[in-house]
Design a protein. Structure first.
Length: 570
């Protein structure tokens, strides 16, 4: 009988070893899975704990979420990268009344000494209340924090939290706006770009505004000085790039500190530049002349109109501050700011065409800009007939914002293209729109000399800035008081463009109810009080904007100078 082979003898032993190995691997797999489940459970408990703390922990009753877990709100910077608004960590002081261990009356007395905004009785009432948490102060200084910490009271909460800081304080306050207690934008750019500043996709990326801090400071300083000198109740100003629509500076006075919006007079928070609408007077006259040129009603700056001392028309009488009492040319009408002459030009244009042109210029809509604070134009409405057409032609009976006016002048002098204004810097990510054709390039070109004439020889002499070829128009409008136009309360405006031979920038300045002074010889018109603001502002900002003074350059004044005859009667 043959003996079994070695291979057949060893096979059962190998099978037994393979079975044991499989059992061991299965046991290890079970233990690994159990460990992973335990690890996932621990992670889940930690996450739930964090969520619970966010909703119901020490921060509950304040903002409802732990802002420390949320990425910071994006910064806002000017066109040169200078910070205008940023998020920082600050100390806050609060109290959990139920956790107070010491004598509540004694603690209330100590709190009234350290936090004098409330008396001891008020603090005692807070400490006795059943509220889970009460804020005592935001943005607390380090000395106060040290003193409160020395009290050793566990019920007093000293925490770090994110807060919005405006390092330039009140500079461009109405453009920037401010945030509310929940950290969201409540006004200005903070409100307009709230989604971009808080979106998870863009959070942390700064918003770059078109504002130049240097230009803004110059405009605010000059307007503020004039407001004080002439005892005006308010002021507004805009500096606009006429080719891109970028707002390089925009101010409304009185202003406020966005770091402390709750401590500000509500009137100071009103944005006069974009929300306030005003009858801006004779600054509208260039638009009327341009409309008539486009409609072939005016074919030459030497075209003659009858300019008597008073013009009875449609049951009313139109007056002039400086009446001609003779025939006058278009050049003279603009130079001396004649209501009588402009009224006749507007009458030639007609009501329907005037409305059509104002629509083309977007004057009859809320001003186009990213800010939510936008005023709605006021017009004669259903009463808009032939006489109202005349008054609208010289800026009475229609109320627009100063930014409307600035954008209108940009349209008129950039070659005739309307573009919306923007407070965002124009670059590759935010290109300037191509624009809508309103006026022909020929009309835009011929209007340069006409408004340069106003500054060289007319009502705007004090707006001139040597070497910068300023052109523009004064506007003095009587304010409506009790439904009637006041003879003593006015709103003065100057809309300027420079350099007028090759226009690049618009500067609009407005004073609300300026008073006459000894230096103005009793006058309170725009040529005396707000035109100098534009002169000084342009002299300061032109070098910043790369405009060099040149005493030899001028627009083609042959378009207008041959049609100036004898001086207007004063």
């Amino acid at each position: 009988m043959n003996a079994p082979t070695p291979a057949l003898v060893a096979r059962p032993e190998r099978l037994r070893l393979v079975g044991q190995r499989r059992q061991i691997l299965a046991l290890m797999h079970q233990r690994l899975m159990f460990g992973m489940l335990v690890y996932a459970l621990v992670i889940g408990v930690i996450i739930l704990r964090l969520v619970w703390l966010a909703a119901f922990g020490d921060h509950a009753g304040r903002k409802g979420t732990v802002t420390a877990y949320v990425p910071a709100r994006g910064d806002i910077v000017d066109r040169d990268g200078e910070p205008l608004s940023r998020t920082i960590d600050v100390w806050s002081v609060g109290v959990h009344p139920a956790r107070i261990l010491g004598d509540k009356l004694a603690i209330a007395q100590k709190l009234s000494q350290l936090l004098p905004e409330k008396d001891a009785a008020s603090y005692f009432a807070i400490l006795k209340s059943d509220k889970p948490f009460v804020y005592l102060r935001r943005r607390a200084g380090p000395d106060l924090i040290a003193a409160l910490n020395a009290l050793g009271e566990p019920g007093i909460a000293l925490d770090r939290e994110p807060d919005r800081l405006y390092p330039q304080t009140s500079l461009a306050a109405h453009v920037l706006g401010f945030t509310n207690i929940d950290g969201h934008g409540a006004a200005g750019a903070e409100r307009a770009f709230d989604r971009e500043l808080t979106s998870p996709e863009t959070r942390g990326e700064p918003i770059t505004l078109s504002i130049s801090s240097k230009v803004q400071q110059a405009l605010e300083h000059e307007l503020g000085a004039a407001m004080q000198e002439f005892s005006a109740i308010g002021a507004a100003g805009v500096v606009l790039d006429i080719h891109t629509g970028e707002v390089l500076a925009m101010t409304s006075l009185p202003s406020f500190n966005p770091n402390q919006p709750g401590h500000t007079n509500p009137e100071a928070m009103f944005n006069r530049a974009t929300l306030g609408v005003y009858e801006l007077g004779s600054t509208f006259k260039p638009f009327t002349v341009a409309m008539a040129m486009e409609d072939k009603k005016i074919r030459s700056m030497g075209q003659i109109y009858n300019c008597p001392h008073d013009l009875p028309v449609y049951g009313h009488v139109v007056h002039d501050t400086h009446p001609f009492g003779r025939a006058c040319t278009v050049s003279e009408i603009m130079m001396e700011s004649s209501n009588i002459g402009t009224a006749q030009i507007a009458d030639q244009v007609g009501t329907e065409r005037q409305k059509w042109w104002l629509n083309r210029m977007h004057f009859l809509e809320p001003v186009h800009v990213e800010l939510r604070e936008r005023g709605r134009t006021l017009t004669p409405g259903k009463r808009w007939g032939p006489f109202e057409t005349m008054t609208v032609g010289f800026g009475q009976g229609i109320a627009v914002t100063p930014l409307h006016l600035a954008n209108g002048y940009a349209t008129l002098f950039n070659g005739g293209l309307w573009r919306p204004a923007t407070i965002l810097k124009v670059d590759r990510t935010h290109p300037a729109p191509r624009g809508e054709r309103v006026f022909t390039e020929d009309t835009s070109y011929k209007m340069r000399a006409l408004l340069r004439l106003v500054v060289m020889k007319g009502t705007g002499k004090k707006a001139d800035a040597p070497g910068y070829r300023v052109g523009g128009k004064t506007g003095t409008a009587q304010k409506l008081i009790g439904g009637r136009y006041s003879q003593n309360v006015v709103l003065t405006t100057f809309a300027g463009v420079f350099p007028m031979d090759e226009p690049r920038y618009v500067v609009v300045a407005m004073l609300d109810d300026p008073k006459s002074t000894k230096d103005t010889y009793g006058f309170h018109t725009a040529g005396w009080n707000v035109a100098p603001v534009v002169s000084r502002t342009i002299s300061r900002i032109a070098p910043m904007l790369g405009v060099r003074p040149d005493m030899k350059r001028e627009p083609n004044m042959n378009e207008v100078l041959p049609y100036i005859h004898e001086p207007a009667e004063k």
